[in-house]
Write a new protein. Structure first.
Lengths: 111, 114
């Protein structure tokens, strides 16, 4: 998995959009960008993934730059329950099931 | 579906003791893995399995054994516990070969070795 770089912490006001950046300048052409989050001390939870197109699901949106060297996870209307540790992972989809977790971004939603 | 279950939730051991952390999944996933998480660090892969009877080492395998006799179960054995193994242990599973790698994690086992 390519190395990813994330800010160690961020704050966001409740109800506002939370934008979490991730740098993956050495990502290879067939590596996807995955986002997981870990709420308090629970196991990590899958959020979203993408290759080069922007993606949206019921939890979040993922914006990947055209050169694929960085991406942003967007939580459109952050709630207190979104306070968590967010991991950005660059990962091959097939033949390589192991995920490499970095230290992530600790997002705190402020009431 | 119960998903991925882990037992026990908490465990305290003395140095030199052995124990087995249990992990089970009811989703018929081929791929299972064990991670440990230390304070301020990301998850690190200990061992993984791509199917019954097949296991392999991850990033930090020393001091741990695994076996996979069934698709459902993937126990992690600590042979002789050391204080350096104090950590939170997570088991995960995923369906091999699916379109994307969504791993399902258990709630974790918090282990303290004195």
């Amino acid at each position: 998995d390519a190395k990813t770089t994330q800010p160690p912490s961020m704050d966001c006001a409740e109800g506002r959009a939370a934008n979490l950046p991730c740098n993956h300048s050495t990502i290879s052409g067939n590596e996807y960008v995955y986002w997981y989050r870990q709420i308090h001390s629970q196991g990590p939870q899958y959020i979203i993934h993408g290759l080069k197109n922007n993606e949206t699901n019921e939890m979040a949106s993922l914006i990947i730059t055209e050169d694929r060297k960085s991406s942003t996870l967007i939580l459109p209307h952050a709630t207190l329950r979104d306070t968590a540790l967010y991991y950005c992972i660059a990962h091959l989809n097939f033949g390589n099931e192991k995920l490499t977790f970095g230290t992530g971004t600790r997002l705190t939603i402020i009431p | 579906n119960a998903g991925v279950t882990q037992t026990p939730k908490f465990q305290v051991l003395k140095t030199g003791q052995s124990m087995t952390l249990q992990c089970a999944q009811d989703m018929n996933h081929e791929y299972m893995s064990w991670y440990r998480q230390d304070p301020g660090m990301g998850l690190r892969l200990i061992h993984y399995s791509v199917g019954a009877g097949i296991t392999d080492q991850g990033e930090v395998p020393n001091g741990y054994n695994v076996s996979r006799s069934t698709t459902e179960d993937f126990p992690l054995r600590l042979l002789s516990a050391a204080p350096s193994q104090t950590s939170v242990y997570f088991c995960a599973s995923t369906e091999a070969g699916r379109a994307y790698n969504e791993q399902f994690f258990g709630p974790g086992t918090r282990l303290t070795v004195l």
